[in-house]
Design a protein around this ligand. Sequence first.
Ligand code: 26V
Length: 820
Amino acid sequence: MAKRTFNKEFFIRSVKYNVRTLFRKEIEEATEQQIFQAVGYAVKDAIMDAWIATQKEYEKSDPKIVYYMSMEFLMGRALGNNLINLTFYDEVKEALEEIGLDLNMIEDQEPDAALGNGGLGRLAACFMDSLATLGYAAYGCGIRYRYGMFKQQIVDGYQVEVPDMWLKNGNPFELRRPEYAKTVKFGGYVRIENHNGKNVFIQEGYQSVLAVPVDLPIVGYGNNVINTLRIWDAEAVNSFELDRFDKGEYEKAVEQENLARNLVEVLYPNDNHMAGKELRLKQQYFFVSASVQEAIAKYKKNHSDIRKFYEKATFQLNDTHPTVAVAELMRILMDEEGLEWDEAWDVTTKTCAYTNHTIMAEALEKWPIELFSRLLPRIYQIVEEINRRFVIEIQKQYPNNYEKVKKMAIIMDGQVKMAHLAIVAGYSVNGVAKLHTEILKKRELKDFYEMMPQKFNNKTNGITQRRFLLHGNPLLAKWVTEHVGDEWITDLPRIKGLAVYVDDEKAQHEFMNIKYQNKVRLAKYIKEHNGIDVDPRSIFDVQVKRLHEYKRQLMNILHVMYLYNQIKEHPEKDFYPRTFIFGAKAAAGYMRAKLTIKLINSVADVVNNDASINGKLKVVFIEDYRVSNAEWIFAAADVSEQISTASKEASGTGNMKFMLNGAVTLGTMDGANVEIVEEVGEENAFIFGMSADEVIDLESKGGYDPSQLFNTDQEIRHVLMQLINGEYAPNDPERFRELYNALLIDGGYNRPDPYFILKDFRSYADAQRRVEEAYRDEKRWAKMAMLNVAHSGKFTSDRTIQEYVDDIWKLDKVTVKLEE
Ligand code: 26V
């Protein structure tokens, strides 16, 4: 890989200069945050030439562009990652050392850009990294939320949400571009005028807001390509004019200021739950309208025939959240570019493509007609017409089958169904792992698959090895490079070369030693942040992800309670020391999820302070799990808990990050776990539980009766009774009653244990027993863990993106040369 030259003296001068001009200080007097800012600006400077060169190259070679539209981009920190991808990381580290600065300390000053909830947002971030690294012209289109994902504090064992003021010190990497601002219109009504026999649609009485783009550089690895993540900020169209004393004008100005402020105020911290909030729909239309306008403007700069727009642009819709793009594109093509319906529809259906990320019914977006049509009157008219024409299609293909219309229509029962709109108007519909795509085709979207099978395809998710190995786990990265060369950085399947070392005792030793060092690093972090001592020689068993019932953190902690009972009852039995590590944010209004966090912390309090168990068991809940600490957590894990109820986790991507870092999967046959096992072999993972088919079957029979288990399995019964006898809540024995009830009486969907926690419990406990047995045999474990790293090649987002390019987007590769 071409390495750019790094000018150390220039860089140091630039940092010093920045400290002076930004803060009127010498380096010695600057705070750590100020040094971060100064270094950040110096790095942005280093990016600028290539950023400009990339844009010039795009203008010259005119490649097709993908607009990746997403409500969420969970970027994490930029500094370290940018240095890695510039291939300057070690040089900058050294340069800073020379002037007495520690790069790790500096990186630690940067707040995470947490503009996302979890998997879907982080996937978008990995995709941006891969697109730039592979040399494809791509824009990420999103929202510049003033407040990202809330910060989580644990107070008395409970989650407390604290606003994430990630911009309070400014963001050295961003570039504000007011010259490209767009106007977005909300509300009002549509008047139809007839101009020479042609209907012209005129929006009136609307409120407008200014969308101002803020660009963030996306650095490709070692290739001079710098793509752009364009996040839109909102401003009032006529910013406050104080000389306006006219009451109506004044109120209008205040209204516009408020609209702008509210629009981009905060990311909705709900994942997997659709609430139908007006502001959320406003956010969606806001960033989508601005992005579509921008894409059209860019196209028109060099092309005259708007009918061929799709040859140079494609919109990938990251879940249904940006699906109004379909109607917005139709609106612009017809109302502003003068195309007829059929012409506009031809362009739109060749431009838009949709990715589905969940089958959880609660997450499917459906908007009440009343709200949708009031907020977006012209857009609603267009959706109505798309629906009218689609319903005619259904009736043609399935005459006299009203069931089909009822199931498939875009508008039905007073609601606009966004997934249906995305499927009908898109040229591609994809799931995010093989199993997930099969479930979409066979069940959730069966009717659509039957009617338009050619649209459906699978794109198994992936992750970027540059952040999650090269940056997050430098010791292992270096070791891998020593054994197989450094090509894995841009060609992950090369990592397979490690397979020849798995029986080599020296290699095993080195590998396990690196894992140990990473466990020491995490143990320090835990000591600093939680005040808990954990033994890096114990098994680090980790479950980090959003808190959701289907992900079954509750099963994990019930199993810890079960183990604790075992140790207490049989102190003589040997038990390999284990540290159970959790990290998870719960949506603010999700009571059962929050109570699960409290239970984990309550169990931790009891177990960690029981001297009689000799430290055999520790439980840690890591506060504020996020991208930056995730990098350390993956590096230190032995066991990767991927224990969702089969069929519920569309893919999972944490599972891949653990695998890449040499943790062994303990999981169900769900999401991408299936493909992980396919790659690494069932003997190198711990698989348990019901299959997706079994779950779906049992669900269709209305579930099962867990009271059988409760009455016959004394150990399970004991654990469940501990939820209501005050064992973990002596002052309030009723505290966990809700969890007990969910498991045994009604957990939603009118049945007990809807996520089959008790049904899978024995199988899970048995898999956990096998984990312990395997870990006791150090060589066997080292081999398993190494094989996981060696077989992680498939799960790079570089592969995923190449598949999107080949099968869906059909982009042209670009190379960027820099004059040095
Ligand atoms: C849904 C909703 C519903 C409306 C309210 C706000 C909101 C915000 C986010 C979401 C996204 C839920 C879908 C999601 O995150 N899916 C995850 O996508 C990952 C990437 O494909 C995948 O690995 C996970 O398995 C899947 O749960």
